[in-house]
Design a protein around this ligand. Structure first.
Ligand code: GLU
Length: 316
């Protein structure tokens, strides 16, 4: 009998060029890279630059140069989301043809005013379904939403374990095309991962609450659902959420990343619960990455958010 070979792992790193690479993005880059390479898989680079009002000019190139200086090597050309609008439109059409899309005339202010509108796990509003049965007279279509149903979306995260959410309670019908005409992140990420054959998504735990919505879209579009591993969040020194200002501090600032990158990479490995040998912090960046690709152990990664430490002491 022919041996059945598992499909090759395809991972990716998908930063938004809205601010420089910070410790959280370094952790996501390294975790996704090590897990893809450990499985002898491919690792793709995608610049998520569709949210054009938030894109900082020149930032994407700066990110790519930083990653290169650290020794990361991605497979194939960089994919730029801003060049992929046609395929997001086609996916939206496919969902519309299935009767799943409707126009919504609610402004954010109106939604915030609905006293019963609670907050979703990611802080967004849970849509109360105002325009589900059609736009009220005098309202014009602003955004386009996808209808969700009562079924629970379930998946097992490789780090956070079994997850379950009823989208009706978790987000309500969510936006796929925004009032400014731009395609929403939730749609773009699903379409791009499927188009690139990504079957392993490793990213920060801030995106864990988005995953049920993304799986719902994959199911409605007939795509495969990738394996998910969400990495612990990097917090500020006091354990709080990284402020915009903290997150705006680039890992590249004031550092010669070719010479000093190893210490940074080793610190990121320790943040992820790994135990690289102490002298690796003085090795070449590529040696640290090679160690990560050979030795990264998913079982050592915790779910606990923590500050990022550059000290030599292993994280406890
Ligand atoms: N572009 C997103 C970010 O920078 C990541 C998207 C993803 O990994 O799915 O937070």
């Amino acid at each position: 009998m022919e041996p059945v070979s598992a499909p090759q792992v395809v991972g990716r790193f998908a930063p938004s060029p809205t601010g420089p690479l910070h410790h959280g993005s370094l952790v996501a880059a390294l975790g996704s890279y090590a897990l893809a390479r450990r499985a002898r898989g491919r690792w793709l680079m995608r610049i998520e630059d569709i949210d054009t009002p938030r894109v900082v000019p020149g930032m994407a190139d700066r990110m790519l140069r930083t990653l290169e200086a650290l020794g990361f090597e991605w497979d194939g050309p960089v994919l730029w989301q801003s060049a992929c609008n046609d395929r997001y439109a086609a996916a939206l059409d496919q969902l519309a043809a299935a009767g799943l899309i409707y126009p919504c005339g609610c402004s954010r202010r109106e939604l915030q005013r609905v006293a019963s509108a609670p907050l979703a796990a990611d802080g967004g509003l849970i849509y109360p379904g105002t325009c589900r049965k059609g736009l009220a007279p005098g309202k014009r279509a602003r955004a386009f939403r996808v209808r969700v149903d009562d079924a629970a979306v379930e998946f097992v995260d490789a780090i956070f374990g079994p997850q379950r959410e009823r989208l009706a309670e978790g987000s309500g019908d969510f936006v796929l095309r925004r009032a400014d005409g731009l395609f929403a992140y939730q749609l773009a990420v699903v379409v791009d991962d499927a188009a690139s054959g990504v079957n392993q998504v490793v990213r920060g735990a801030d995106l864990l609450p988005s995953t049920p919505r993304q799986i719902y879209l994959q199911q409605r579009l007939g795509y495969q659902t990738p394996a998910y591993a969400h990495l612990p969040l990097v917090t500020d020194r006091d354990g709080g959420k990284l402020s915009k200002r903290d997150a705006a501090v680039s890992i590249a600032d004031g550092r010669d990343l070719v010479r000093e990158g190893a210490a940074l990479l080793v610190a990121a490995l320790r943040f992820l619960g790994q135990q690289p040998p102490a002298d690796l912090a003085r090795a070449a960046n590529r040696d640290v990455l090679a160690w990560a690709c050979a030795s990264f152990d998913l079982d050592r990664v915790s779910t606990r958010a923590a500050p990022f430490g550059l000290s030599a002491a292993p994280a406890t």
